[in-house]
Design a binder for this molecule. Sequence first.
Ligand SMILES: [Zn+2]
Ligand SMILES: [Zn+2]
Length: 343
Amino acid sequence: MTRTTPPRPLDVEALFPGLAAHRGTTTRLHPRPGKPEASVSSVGGPMLWPADEPWPVCTEAHGRGRGRRPADIRRERQILATAWARATTPGPTDEERGLVEELRRPHRIPEASETDPLPLIGLVQLYRRDIPDLTGGPDDCDLLQVFWCPFDAHGPGRYDMLLDLRWRRSAEVGEVLALPPQPQVVGFDGYVPEPCVLHPEQVVTYPFAGLLPEELCARIDAWEQALEEEAEQSDDDDSADPVGYQYDLSIPPGWRAGGFASWHTTDPSPEDCPTCATPMKLLLTIDSSEWDGGSASWRPLEERDLVPHPSATPTKIRVVRDGELNIFECPADPEHPHCWNLQ
Ligand SMILES: [Zn+2]
Ligand SMILES: [Zn+2]
């Protein structure tokens, strides 16, 4: 099934013609639970990884011997999904509650040292043929694979995440690794993806308001403020939130490739490549939800009739208090180190 973004509530370029010069595109990935194979783009699906190539590992020193088992996390999700889907008396029974409590118990691996090579989790793989806005990477590579360490324990402060991005030529992969290693325990359940197939859809997008020319940004701010005041004065509790540039008109929520980063929790702080000083470009956004109450206007037409919650968090990935992770690439040389930002 395709996924179709509804038309925006209003034509923002008609309102602010200056925006046309800043129009871009992004590809919403629309991940949904499924059974992807290594030959297709997926979140949390099997990676097209050569059987004779070492699987990516984390070797940074940090505790890795205590956490939850990935199989327990998936089982808990299954139990809760089944419980909440029951037509009569939805929600977990006492028995299910007890089971979930047991599954949430942390486990210890006594023999794990702080520097044992820890298998990374395969998070997402994207074939260029599927994703129009997957424009980064070396020209001769057609597959991007993203891995991460399931512990918040890296960098100088020892609380950062660790990502590993690989580009490859899929035609060169012979035998595929059938059973990739996986961590025995993870530090946080939000690092463990549910297998999802993708339904890529290219949509129009505009930059974060704070990164537009000052005059244009000021006009958008003034327009939004007027709408908010109008809504406050209308005194009608049932009226929906007014349409806004940030949440309805510029940057879609959810997993997406290319386009513009949102800077809604910090001041805009786009970075230059640490190696060559070229401004970095957004490669991929990993989001904790596909939409929520504030961004419900992006909910695909095909899913208008579903209960909001289950469809909004199909991957079960959670980054920074249900926020999003933006991964940037150097457009001058994709071999230069990536950088990322949490919002
Ligand atoms: Zn690590
Ligand atoms: Zn660079």
